[in-house]
Design a protein around this ligand. Structure first.
Ligand SMILES: NC(=O)C1=CN([C@@H]2O[C@H](COP(=O)(O)OP(=O)(O)OC[C@H]3O[C@@H](n4cnc5c(N)ncnc54)[C@H](O)[C@@H]3O)[C@@H](O)[C@H]2O)C=CC1
Ligand SMILES: C[C@H](O)[C@@H]1OC(=O)[C@H](O)[C@@H]1O
Length: 256
């Protein structure tokens, strides 16, 4: 397999587990050096760094809660110091504490907004400023969701953040096009990670979700790697910006 990201410096938020971790390691497999942001799971981040280094690439772990604006400038400055710059930025960190609408605690709503949407804004802004400074463009990829397009009974606080992240990529694609920076959204369907482990422990719910997928299975974090590398690679997607790519096994189009 040819290496599509040779010499690129990639920064991934929330990369200690799940999709972010798979994407960070997948980019390294394609020749990139990687900065791994994490919130609390330093073991997860350290083991991702070790896997990346074992592939012969450089890697660092940078702790930081994406909900705090200063984490963004810190992450970018640590990445620049260790890797020399940022060419590809993957805004991945996110939470989805499933809860009913009518008694949604204000703090759950606010935390979800702060991590998923405010965090994306600060992070993308800091990465974009660095790319503009470098002067040779870049690729920004945000993990939105199928939930940007459809609702969820226990996700009324979450789905607006994913619609917001999609919208952020559309607007930043316009704002940053003149700098050669491409901005795109990935819209995963249901991917088996910690974020939905408890929700899918309900076997009826899990069977229902599996039954909605024309390809016949729920996703794995690895399913997000190819689409991320595609959007990261100028060779493959150099004229793609402001786009949204569903990666859901066909769930969205499956009405009946
Ligand atoms: N798993 C799924 O079915 C889907 C996931 N997504 C999105 O993909 C992204 C990744 O989710 P998963 O890998 O599934 O979940 P996960 O729970 O396995 O991983 C989330 C990662 O984000 C990190 N994180 C959480 N809060 C953070 C914070 N405040 N600051 C820094 N890092 C933080 C976690 O430590 C973890 O590394 C999220 O944005 C999620 O909304 C979108 C659609 C479907
Ligand atoms: C966490 C959920 O399983 C997951 O999150 C999303 O964004 C998808 O819509 C799934 O519901």
């Amino acid at each position: 397999m040819s290496k599509l990201l040779e010499g690129k410096r990639v920064c991934v938020t929330g990369a200690s587990a799940g999709i972010g971790r798979a994407v960070a390691i997948g980019c390294a497999r394609h020749g990139a050096d990687v900065a791994v942001n994490f919130a609390n799971d330093s073991n997860g981040a350290d083991s991702a760094v070790a896997e990346i280094e074992a592939l012969g690439q450089r890697a660092i772990a940078v702790q930081g809660d994406v909900a705090e604006a200063e984490s963004a400038t810190r992450l970018i400055s640590h990445t620049v110091k260790a890797l020399g710059g940022v060419d590809i930025f993957v805004n991945n960190a996110g939470i989805c504490p499933f809860h009913a609408f009518l008694d949604m605690p204000a703090e759950t709503f606010e935390r979800t907004m702060r991590v998923n949407l405010h965090g994306a804004y600060f992070m993308v802004q800091a990465a974009a400023n660095q790319m503009v400074k470098q002067g040779h463009g870049g690729s920004i990829i945000a993990m939105s969701s199928i939930s940007a397009l459809v609702g969820g009974e226990y996700q009324t606080h979450y789905t607006p953040t994913k619609a917001g992240v999609l919208s952020l990529m559309q607007s930043t694609a316009i704002a940053l096009g003149k700098h050669g920076i491409r901005c795109n959204a990935l819209l995963p369907g249901t991917i088996l990670t910690d974020i939905n482990k408890d929700d899918l422990a309900d076997t009826d719910k899990r069977r229902y979700m599996e039954g909605r997928v024309p390809l016949g299975r729920l996703g794995q974090p690895q399913d997000m790697v190819g689409p991320t590398v595609f959007l990261a690679s100028d060779e493959l997607s150099g004229y793609v910006t402001g786009a949204a790519l569903l990666v859901d096994g066909g769930a969205f189009v499956n009405l009946q």
